[in-house]
Write a protein that binds this ligand. Sequence first.
Ligand SMILES: O=C([O-])CC(=O)C(=O)O
Ligand SMILES: [Mg+2]
Length: 602
Amino acid sequence: MISLNGATTYLNNSIAGVSKSLSHSQRRVQAPVIVSALSSNNNGPGERNVTLLMETTLKEMREASPVVAVEPKTTTVGGGVEDVYGEDRASEDQPITPWTVSVASGYSLLRDPHHNKGLAFSEKERDAHFLRGLLPPVVVSHDLQVKKMMHNLRQYQVPLQQYMAMMDLQEMNERLFYKLLIDNVEELLPVVYTPTVGEACQKYGSIFRRPQGLFISLKEKGRILEVLKNWPQRKIQVIVVTDGERILGLGDLGCQGMGIPVGKLSLYTALGGIRPSACLPITIDVGTNNEKLLNDEFYIGLRQRRATGQEYAEFMHEFMTAVKQNYGEKVLIQFEDFANHNAFDLLSKYSNTHLVFNDDIQGTASVVLAGLISSLKLVGRTLAEQTFLFLGAGEAGTGIAELIALEMSKQTGAPVEESRKKIWLVDSKGLIVSSRAESLQHFKKPWAHEHQPVKGLVDAVKSIKPTVLIGSSGAGRTFTKDVIEAMSSFNEKPIILALSNPTSQSECTAEEAYTWSKGRAIFASGSPFGPVEYNGKVYLSGQANNAYIFPGLGLGLIISGAIRVHDDMLLVACLATRLPRPNDLIAYAESCMYSPNYRNYR
Ligand SMILES: O=C([O-])CC(=O)C(=O)O
Ligand SMILES: [Mg+2]
């Protein structure tokens, strides 16, 4: 039995942090300020334009309203100080978006997910905001709403239906969505995140209802800054961006990869306490090489093959530049589910100029290392006494391998080149060995050790005799009975990590790992598995998924005001600008975290 202690503790702490922050939530009374562009539903039914009457402070209004000044393409700086309408007197020649600030009420208040409370609107609020008759008479509590939603969700047999119900709720009542998720995180994580989100991406074209993030396609080349300015929220703290080329272990899902940034960011809020309005999911659409999608009449993306090389690099550069220009130095950009070649290039290209990290390379590595350190307590030996074999030499595999080598070197004082020799990787062509060095991609080269060529995984296991076997290839069912039996033949307690996602791509199931190892495996997986009974004993496996790190890492980076992610520590942000350092860091972190509790409306 394994519990990934470090990771679990982290999640528990996160959850504890969230619920603690709920208990002392600020009871700030606020008016439900909404914004709308003049060109659309300015002063529509039920909206009172009460800009002059509002008692919210100027600061609050600025925070709530996406007052936007659109600079011409030739300039990079704004100029003077904006007023609440987004006008900048120092640059009168510059066009602006005609946003207007108004108070939501009546019918439109019920349709505004940021302010809607459904049946939880009080009698007083129903009077003040023209809701009489628009709701049935009953007034219910937030808790009862959560109870009812959970009851409804549990009626669905199909996880995708639960996913769609959750997405509908997010669009209808954001605070209820987050309270539900925070209060029932273990049950709902597999619904809004891995594994169900994988299926949602595969079927995104059919289930797509309303955009939940920004789609930036090659059609917008040269105009990405303008596109960013169309997003209604201005104060963005975290962006999760994908180009959809390697969605989990499911491959190229093109524009339909959007489900991933949306899912990751809902965890940023639920576990990391980042306000939903400060999170921006983005999908870059440079085409897809997925024939099935190209021929799918419901496909929502560009119907062309992927742009590559210089065209791709220039487009991504325009994006990265526009993000920094629009949101400043401190916006965190999480790269997610890019294909290997682009993932490594983007990370190395932008880690010195932007606050970026790659979840698949760095996030996964941190969680797996934490899990290994915990599992070694059961095995009783040190990290440097282990031999590691990976199936998969991409982002996750090489990222984890490098972090293990760094930690080993830290523990033993040996050079990292020495530590790497304890770590072996197998890719689609077999064991990575020095005779293959010439033809290897750069990120595989450090792992090409002296050894005769070996083709298959079973033979590699028999030859290398690893104590730890890690699956990170994205290909399912690859830890066969032969492989697990071989691992169990020379290890009393073989450590087996099947990291590929979603469940269909897992290298083996928890049940297979325990059964084939006769109950001796120490097992964890990227996608969750339920308890397994073997020989009268119940085994509970751990989940080694980057979800255990990125929300906390992101929160730390944001509240410390970091502007770069430190290279070799992964967890540590350098150049924190939030000075002086708060005395009580936990209390400070809690005070920064979002609470899904309803606010009272005056
Ligand atoms: O999303 C997940 O569950 C973990 C992850 O980053 C991946 O598999 O690419
Ligand atoms: Mg990922």
